[in-house]
Design a protein around this ligand. Structure first.
Ligand code: LLP
Length: 421
C-alpha cells in the first residue's frame, strides 16, 4: 500500500485526501506534504523484519529533521543516528533515549563529543584524531564512552560516487590494516573508552542486499578477531543505505525484510545486537513536494514547465542527477498535448531542474505538480538561495485531517539575522 496514488479520474490522493484540495485550501507556494500513516507503515516494516533479534533502529536524522516527525518515530520505538551536536540536541528535544543513539562522523568536534559523552550516546570512532578527541571528551564529561569502531570494509555499494562511503579511498571510517592500532589505543584508555561494537556504512540508495551481506560477513570476522583479544563486543552496526523505487516502475526492490534476512543468521550466530541506521527507506516515500505551474515555454528544441518550487527546496536532481518522479495532481484539460518537458524552477542557475525529459500533458497555469519521494534529503538539504524561503510542511493524519508540522520560513526571519548589528 502506498500513500500517494492516482484515482481513476486522474486526481492524486495522499491516503484519502485529494492533494488538489490541500493546495486550494492551504498554500500559494511550494510545500511538503507527508503521510503520517506511511511513516508508521515504513517503521513497522523494519520492526517486523527485526522480530526475534536484539536490535536498535537508529533513524538517520540527517534525512529529515522535522521535530514532529522525529517525535512520531521516537514514539514508534526508534533510536537516532546523529552527525552533529545540533542533531543530538534535537534528538534529545524529541525525547529520544540517548542510550539508543549513535554519534557518527569523520569530523566530530570536541564540544559535540563532550555533549555526546555526557548524554551517554554511542560514539563511532572514525580516525586516530577522532579517538584522541573522544578520550578528551570523556575526561571532560567524567564519563566512560561506549564506542564502536567505524570500519571501512571496502565493499562497493554500486551507487553514485557522491553517496558511496565504504570504499577504501573514502574519507569515512578506518581501514582494517589499522585495526590493531585502534584496539591497542582503546586498551590504553580503559577509563575513557569501552569498545562495545563495530560499525560500517557502505553508502546510500543501495538496491542489492548481497552488498549488505558481503559487508556483514567481513564485519563478523572482525568481531571474531576483536573478541579474541578479550573485548566484549555486543553490537554490530551495519549502517543505513537501503534504496527505494524512485522510478516508480514497480520494480521489485529489496525490502527491510530482505535486508535483515540476509544478515539474520550471522547476527544470531555471534549473539549480537544489530544496529541499523535507515534514513531514506523510512522517510523518502512518505512525502511529495507540491508545486504550482507558473508557465510553460519553449526555447530551441526544449520545452519547459516552470514551477514555483526549485533546487532551493529540493536539490537532489541538481546535485546527483537523481530521478524523482513528477506528475500533475489533477487531470489536465482534455485537449492538453503530451510533450517532453524539462521541469525547472525560477532560480538563477541552469542546474535548477527537478526533472529532465519528462513526458507530461501540457499543464495549465496554476496547475498543481508534485515531485515524489521527497521525504528524505529534500527539506533537510533545502537552502534559501535566491531568498526562496524554506517551505512549510504538512502531514495527512490517520483520520484524514491535514495538520501543519512546520512553519514556512519568512522574509522577516531573514531580516532578523541582521538586527542590532
Ligand atoms: N548512517 C550513516 C553513517 C550515513 O552516513 C547515512 C547517510 C545513513 C546512515 C543513512 O543512509 P540512508 O538509509 O538514508 O541511505 N544526500 C544524499 C544521501 C546522503 C546519505 C548520507 N549518509 C541523497 O540525497 O541521496
Amino acid at each position: 500500500q502506498h500513500c500517494f496514488s492516482k484515482s481513476d479520474n486522474g486526481f492524486l490522493y495522499c491516503e484519502g485526501t485529494k492533494v488538489q484540495d490541500v493546495i486550494d485550501s492551504l498554500e500559494k507556494r511550494p510545500f511538503y506534504l507527508y503521510s503520517k500513516p506511511q511513516i508508521t507503515r515504513n517503521f513497522e516494516a523494519y520492526r517486523e523484519a527485526l522480530e526475534g533479534l536484539k536490535s536498535i533502529i537508529g533513524y538517520a536524522i540527517k534525512a529529515n529533521n522535522n521535530l514532529k516527525i522525529l517525535q512520531h518515530l521516537r514514539q514508534l520505538g526508534c533510536g537516532a543516528v546523529l552527525v552533529s551536536g545540533n542533531e543530538l540536541r534535537l534528538a534529545l528535544r524529541a525525547g529520544f533515549d540517548p542510550r539508543r543513539c549513535v554519534f557518527n562522523g569523520n569530523g566530530k568536534i570536541l564540544d559535540d563529543l563532550e555533549l555526546a559523552a555526557r548524554e551517554e550516546v554511542f560514539v563511532n570512532v572514525d580516525s586516530e584524531f577522532d579517538l584522541d578527541n573522544i578520550v578528551l571528551a570523556a575526561r571532560k564529561a567524567g564519563k566512560r564512552v561506549n564506542v564502536l569502531l567505524r570500519i571501512n570494509p571496502d565493499v562497493d555499494p554500486q551507487v553514485h560516487p557522491y553517496v558511496a562511503t565504504g570504499n577504501k579511498n573514502s574519507k569515512f571510517g578506518i581501514r582494517n590494516e589499522k585495526l590493531q592500532w585502534f584496539l591497542d589505543a582503546v586498551k590504553a584508555h580503559p577509563n575513557e573508552l569501552k569498545l562495545v561494537g563495530v560499525h560500517c556504512h557502505l553508502g546510500s540508495t543501495i538496491t542489492k542486499v548481497d552488498i549488505f551481506r558481503d559487508a556483514a560477513v567481513l564485519m563478523v570476522n572482525f568481531i571474531d578477531q576483536i573478541r579474541a583479544q578479550g573485548f566484549e563486543i555486543q553490537y554490530l552496526n551495519i549502517g543505513g543505505g537501503l534504496g527505494i523505487d524512485y522510478h516508480r516502475t514497480g520494480a521489485v526492490l529489496p525490502t527491510p525484510m530482505d535486508l535483515i534476512n540476509t544478515v539474520r543468521e550471522l547476527v544470531l550466530s555471534r549473539d549480537l545486537n544489530l544496529i541499523i541506521e535507515p534514513g531514506r527507506s523510512l522517510i523518502a516515500n512518505t512525502c511529495c513536494l507540491v508545486n504550482r505551474v507558473t508557465g510553460v515555454k519553449t526555447n530551441g528544441t526544449k520545452n519547459f514547465i516552470v514551477i514555483d518550487g526549485s533546487m532551493a527546496e529540493l536539490i537532489r536532481p541538481s546535485l546527483y542527477g537523481a530521478y524523482q518522479h513528477i506528475e500533475l495532481v489533477s487531470p489536465p484539460p482534455p485537449d492538453a498535448e503530451i510533450s517532453t518537458f524539462d521541469v525547472v524552477g525560477p532560480v538563477c542557475e541552469s542546474a535548477d531542474f527537478l526533472g529532465k525529459d519528462r513526458e507530461l500533458p501540457t499543464p495549465a497555469k496554476g496547475a498543481g505538480l508534485v515531485v515524489h519521494d521527497a521525504g528524505a534529503y529534500c527539506m533537510s538539504m533545502a537552502s534559501t538561495y535566491n531568498l526562496k524561503m524554506r517551505p512549510p510542511e504538512y502531514w495527512v493524519q490517520e483520520d484524514g485531517t491535514v495538520a501543519k508540522i512546520r512553519h514556512e520560513e519568512t522574509f522577516e526571519d531573514h531580516i532578523r539575522y541582521f538586527e542590532g548589528l
